[in-house]
Design a protein around this ligand. Sequence first.
Ligand code: DOR
Ligand code: ZN
Length: 440
Amino acid sequence: MTAPAYDAILRGGMVHLPWGAVATDIGITQGRIAALAVPAQAAGPVLDVAGLTVLPGIIDPHVHFRDPGDGAVETLESGTRGAVLGGITTIFDMPNTNPAIASADTMALKAASIPGRAWCDVGFYVGATRANTPDLALFEQQPGVAAIKVFAGSSTGDLMIEDDAGIEAVLRSGHRRVAFHSEDEYRLQARRNQFRLGDPYACHAEWRDPECAILATRRIVALATSTGRPVHILHVSTAQEFAFLGACRGQASIEVLVNHLTQVAPECYERLGGYAVMNPPLRDRAHVDAAWAALNDGRVDTIASDHAPHSRAAKERPWPSCASGLTGVQTLLPIMLDHVAAGRVSLSRLVDAMAAGPARLYGLRAKGRIAVGYDADFTIVDLKARRRIENAAMASRCGWTPFDGLMVTGWPVITMLRGQVVMRDDAVLGTPQGALVSFA
Ligand code: DOR
Ligand code: ZN
């Protein structure tokens, strides 16, 4: 029998298969995983990954790449470059761009903008509006659409449906899982005048308080239950919501952000000022601990960066006129690997929440696990590497990270997209080969 031949062979790595970590080689053919046990005499170019850990391509299911609209702060090119430098192989981009992605025309524009400009694979959200609600059932079936996104409370941009009747109408239009920004707009408005321009940045977490989050989440889950529509609550940030959502697993799934696991109020506001301001806000220790408990007991379905770049000028304005949102696509995995190194979460739980979880939840085809027939997307990491996160290394056009100066243990050293090495040793390679992903 002749030895098999592959387009590439990953040799000598510790590979995170769905059923556990195994020392095995991987044969790749035409961008897909062709074999998990590769005989020594197999033909094909070998990539030696001895001493490294091979993870399925890590997915960041929540980024804001500002494309179209704000190229001074980010573009699809710069955002996806940051993604692959950070070991991410697929991102799902949010619709609060300028113009918003909320019509057939803007969806077509978005899909057409990806070839030749994206370094990783891309899915995108469609923003729900009152005007497009009847069309959402059709929109959610279009190529590359990860989900419909509803802003139930105001944030960056003007997409919003805050009332029960409007949200119910969205939930009755279509059948796929709907993603929600869950903060109660009525409570936000009612309490706004309790605060003044120039109040401390920490007031952000008082204004957008835990009550604001749980009120909206209860309303959304009630509407999801009465309409029978599954919902995904993005960036869950309060102990109350983790407790409540733990009892609604059939109806609602949970995303948690790296920042809500890592930054603790009030210290983060004192240290970072406007660079700690995001929606929903960074909160105190009790909420951070609740997020960790939910991650480690399996309640959390997905982990994301919510990469939301803004100019330094916009971040440095006095509260509350400063822009909300923190960068993070490039640092998502390094920060989470550092949490693994510190023993806060296991690497297999991380892979579950950062690859398998988003793939399963959104119905992403052929990604999220290392198995024969799946896309040859790999995030290859050195679990022992000690590195410093620095503003200067960020691909984001806005040029800053809230983690500037932080030493971490664990670093992505190779990113492979459909069989091609697109990042090695902190350099992107070749030309942008990212494509629109597909969903079941
Ligand atoms: O802090 C945030 N920034 N939260 C959001 O919901 C939107 C995001 C942005 O686009 O800037
Ligand atoms: Zn977001």
